[in-house]
Design a protein. Sequence first.
Length: 432
Amino acid sequence: MALIVHKYGGTSMGSTERIRNVARRVAKWARAGHQMVVVPSAMSGETNRLLALARELQPASPNAAQGAALARELDMIAATGEQVSVGLLAIALQSEGLEAVSYTGWQVPVETDSAYTKARIERIDDTRVRADLAAGKVVVITGFQGIDANGHITTLGRGGSDTSAVAVAAAMKAAECLIYTDVDGVYTTDPRVVPEARRLQAISFEEMLEMASLGSKVLQIRSVEFAGKYRVPLRVLSSFTPWDIPLDEEAASGTLITFEEDENMEQAVVSGIAFNRDEAKVTVMGVPDKPGIAYQILGPVADANIDVDVIIQNVSHDGRTDFSFTVHRNDYARTLDLLKSSVQPATSAAQVTGDPKICKVSIVGIGMRSHVGVASRMFRVLSEEGINIQMISTSEIKTSVVIDEKYMELAVRALHKAFDLDGPVPDTAAAA
């Protein structure tokens, strides 16, 4: 039988009863003959609790050296939540009559770089895990964490357990990585905004990568990148279905994220509508229109470790132009301060302004490659709803617009209906 990786989120691990149900589900797969590796998150709310304790004690305004030292200790603290989860799950599996063993990220080891609180996986040594699997054991590995070259504990950032699970699946060449969450798959958009949203039976890695990067919270974007790079089949499914449903039924449930783009998937011009409220727009007005000006503005922003998303440079007038870009809303105040204190004097910019009350709405679909007029249709729909577009960004399979935040839900509903995503799933299209 196959080597399968299961990943369970914090809500799935939220109580001893839920952990017991996870153990029963894993045991069902193991008794069917599969080799099982399980990557659970910390119990729901535990990481927030731990980091809140740290915030009560940390320096009020840490300098650079204190900040680096603080980041190391934050990883030391945050990593303990997953350590508790793997131990509890291993005990629950033992209660089911299975041999089970738990490992932390540094025991496997999962080797990472030294970027505390947002480390990246560089290598996984699977020797120890393979030996346990060969001995008939279920192996439970902490998500979200690893160890750097200096022996320090690192964490991968929020949602890092998804990345851990996919990385383990890639390293061990697992047949499939199943991501169990509190939702039953990937939807055409958030059902809380559009009740008519429907679950996709399948979606391509490219589409899922765009959806994740554009605001869909189902999977962490780095986990999708990892899966696409190493061609690991992913399936998103619910951990709240009864644990004892037939294995074949469970194995075919949820949404399959695949690198195989079949003809049915091509029939969907737009597969989903993504949105992101956590955006803010910044504009540097009246900068010289000359070579290198974009670097003069964005270089210091990048050096401050601030991610930039949509970028627009306006047409030059009298040798001057306006330069606008978006950042995460949490970085808005810091970006404005940086631009006003260093970039504006260095570039002789006339003014620095911003708007934290914007959002990004996107249409995504691999079918956009072979269909013309999709973007113009999107713009027409928004125009008919009286929604002004402030910025536009496109790629081969997506079009994104920046609009006023107050119109976000209206835009999503209108686009969802306009691209025929409200109706039932066609019998002939797996991902329509």
